[in-house]
Design a protein around this ligand. Structure first.
Ligand SMILES: Nc1ncnc2c1ncn2[C@@H]1O[C@H](COP(=O)(O)OP(=O)(O)OP(=O)(O)O)[C@@H](O)[C@H]1O
Length: 256
């Protein structure tokens, strides 16, 4: 039987007159990959921002690892509850190497300069080794000394994922990891997500507009539309749901 890692109940989030989330229930089990899809502006990133402590919701409750949490800050969530995330718009430290970006993730409790100093000191050789192991795992070890922002788009996404993995998360939140990728890069992202899931003891939530990525990674999918959950279930069931087809996927998806 699967154990629930995170359970958000009746979550609401308003921005003035805009209802970004309307009584949304969301659950992630241990070792599960959940896909989150929906049209632009349907509330996907808002849900991720709420779950990672960036937005405080206007209603609802959150349980993580069996304990009720009172919507703490992202720092507390990432440390105490071991959540890590990537962003829709890549956020890498400019001018720093790939390895240094990962070291920042590893020492995220410190100011980034402190993190780098610690990461670069001989005492912290083990951190560098751990960073290099993650880069190897993610497939960009050969680029550890390159400036991260000089890499291809697909590789920059891999750096972001490496940085998130550096915190050894129990829950990894990926916000449109395939955005801007070509089909070849997106296919190799699918393999990477499957590999992370198979080899690391964690759960993953993935927001994506690329249906191939969602359908080939997630075992369960939730669909948001205008802040409401309009469907959830296994990918096959969701992809044949009439309401989903009409609201979001449309004919395009029927042809996939
Ligand atoms: N900080 C904010 N201030 C005001 N409105 C916001 C804010 N964040 C989100 N919204 C609004 O909430 C709604 C949901 O936005 P959200 O970014 O969560 O959608 P999304 O499903 O992630 O869209 P996309 O697929 O385009 O990224 C939108 O109407 C958006 O304009």
């Amino acid at each position: 039987m699967s154990t629930t890692l995170l359970k958000a109940t009746d979550v609401g989030c308003r921005f003035g007159g805009v209802i970004a989330l309307d009584r949304v229930d969301f659950e992630v089990a241990e070792n599960e990959i959940v896909g989150l899809i929906g049209p632009n502006g349907s509330g996907k990133t808002t849900l991720l921002n709420v779950l990672s402590g960036i937005y405080k919701p206007t209603a609802g409750s959150l349980m993580i690892d069996g304990a009720e949490v009172r919507w703490p800050s992202s720092r507390i969530l990432s440390k105490r509850y071991k959540l890590a995330r990537t962003f829709q718009n890549i956020r890498l430290a400019p001018g720093l190497t790939v390895r240094d970006n990962v070291l920042i993730g590893m020492h995220s409790t410190f100011h980034w300069y402190d993190a780098l100093r610690r990461g670069r000191s001989s005492r912290e050789a083990s951190s560098r080794k751990a960073a290099d192991e993650i880069l190897e795992f993610v497939g960009i070890a050969g680029k550890a000394d390159d400036i991260a922002t000089d890499l291809s788009y697909g590789d920059q996404r891999r750096v972001e994922i490496s940085r998130a993995l550096a915190t050894s998360p129990k829950l990894l939140l990926l916000d449109e990891p395939a955005a801007g990728m070509n089909p070849r890069e997106a296919a190799s992202l699918v393999t990477l997500i499957q590999q992370i899931h198979a080899e690391r003891d964690l759960s993953i939530v993935v927001i994506e507009h690329n249906m191939n990525v969602v359908m080939n990674t997630a075992s369960r999918v939730m669909v948001l539309d205008a802040g409401l959950c309009i469907a959830h279930g296994d990918p096959k069931t969701v992809s044949s749901d009439e309401q989903v087809l009409e609201a979001y996927l449309g004919k395009r998806f029927r042809d996939v």
